[in-house]
Design a protein around this ligand. Sequence first.
Ligand code: CA
Length: 103
Amino acid sequence: MAEFIINQEVKTETPTVEVTISPNAPLPLGRHTFRLVVVDDSGNTSVPDDVVVIVADQENPTAVLSAPRTAGLGQSFTLNGERSFDAGGGRITTYLWTYLGQG
Ligand SMILES: [Ca+2]
């Protein structure tokens, strides 16, 4: 395991390395590029190989709906979803409302 800092090489003698992410300092959502250069036992160095890892929001948001307990006959009222929230680094952009009928 290793904490990676931009443009700072991490050297291992093993062919794998864990990219250790602190929950307090996650990689932001989006594309992140990592590079590998290998060196042989004669000191010959490879050309770099780069990969892109996309950090994505993979967690579902939670809907929280509140409404007035009662409404007068013929009176409009407001449904409120502002206490809904998202996990995984994203944000809520769309609210889908449905009337499910009486009862
Ligand atoms: Ca999410």
